[in-house]
Design a protein around this ligand. Sequence first.
Ligand code: S3P
Length: 172
Amino acid sequence: MKNANIVLVGFMGTGKTTVGRIVADRLGRELVDMDTIIEERETRAISDIFAQDGEPYFRDLERALTQELAGRQNLVITAGGGIVLNPDNIRDFSVTGLVVCLRADPDEILRRVQAEDHRPLLENGDKANRIRDILADRQPLYDAIAHQIDTTSLSPEGTAREIVRIFLSATE
Ligand code: S3P
């Protein structure tokens, strides 16, 4: 279990990537950001993948990468917000890793993603409404994950500290 992957999931804007980097640094582990790997392998941005080939194509890439990464050890993995849409992904990651869900209030998520334009699912329509709608659809999927951290009023360092604490107590 000491070699178990640490897998961060959660809605867009909950801090997975920033926090994942800190956790990986603290534990001296490799950080694998799934969206970054997919973009590198496809040599195009996530928004272009969605626009050119559609969301199901992206979800297939995400699924294949999950199976690949679940077969490795000692990683800190940051998943895209939609990883929970296929329950097989969470099941596979849970076999070889500790899955932690980051959360944040919708207003805080909006504040964090407001100025950004690289998330295709938030680009059509009013961002606040899109966040509320998608979050409402996915809430039961996020809620089903055993370890939850509300990052609304935590710093990335504070969130990282909590993840390391959960990891160490799970691997003792
Ligand atoms: C998505 C979240 C994004 C990215 C893609 C789809 C989602 O990742 O995978 O735009 O469905 O929630 P982040 O959560 O890192 O923004």
